[in-house]
Design a protein around this ligand. Structure first.
Ligand code: ACO
Ligand code: ZN
Length: 179
């Protein structure tokens, strides 16, 4: 009742709200230009959630290429997602991820989607697992404070194999946990 959220595209005017949520709820902070740059390059992979016109969450992604022997893959990289603490466990994070995934696939032809997450970040890891992400492995000391990351991925096109995942992302992790 008036508390329903909606997901829409990020617009440049949203940058202050988005940066605030980033600063308050994540230890990884970015300068304003980084938000603008990602939006300029991949506008359909940068989404916000709002409630009564107030931004309560965002997801920002970019698309990278992996040049394999036989083919080139488009990798959707979820750079950052956060939801205001007061609005969690309402499905907003899931909705942001689901919509971003849809656009990464349909607008940018992504074959797979990946992200890094702190090994201690249970809420986020649970969200990703629920959405079908699997662990590729650990990236040692990925964060400034020395914490390790899990690299998690999800294949979103039928012509992409686990072997492709290892070829394109395996070098980022200490040891792949597949096979
Ligand atoms: N404990 C356990 N499981 C959880 C939790 C939690 N605290 N939060 C979410 N989940 C799992 C549950 O399975 C949940 O489904 P359920 O509520 O039906 O049980 C599912 O995720 C979906 O939850 P949502 O309500 O959609 O998620 P929410 O809107 O709360 O946002 C998020 C999740 C974005 C991880 C939020 O907790 C957050 O902003 N955390 C701080 C910032 C952060 O850690 N971002 C991720 C960093 S990694 C990266 O950016 C790539
Ligand atoms: Zn990343």
């Amino acid at each position: 009742m008036g508390e329903d959220f909606r997901v829409r595209y990020f617009q440049p005017e949203d940058v202050v709200s988005v940066q605030r949520i980033n600063q308050v709820f994540l230890p990884e902070h970015y300068p304003i230009y980084f938000f603008h740059e990602n939006h300029r390059r991949f506008p359909k992979a940068f989404l916000v959630a709002e409630i009564n016109g107030r931004i309560v969450g965002y997801v920002m992604c970019r698309v990278e290429k992996a040049f394999l022997w036989r083919k080139t893959l488009n990798l959707g990289h979820v750079l950052s997602i956060a939801v205001d603490k007061n609005y969690r466990r309402k499905g907003i994070g899931k909705a942001l991820m689901t919509e971003a995934e849809r656009n990464l696939r349909s607008e940018y032809g992504c074959n797979l989607i990946y992200l890094e997450v702190r090994v201690s970040n249970e809420p986020a890891i649970n969200l990703y697992r629920k959405l079908g992400y699997r662990r590729l492995g650990v990236i040692p000391r990925y964060y400034h404070d020395g914490e390790d990351a899990y690299l998690m991925f999800k294949i979103v096109s039928p012509d992409t194999s686990e072997r492709d995942v290892i070829e394109s992302l395996g070098n980022k992790v200490r040891e792949t946990e597949l096979f």
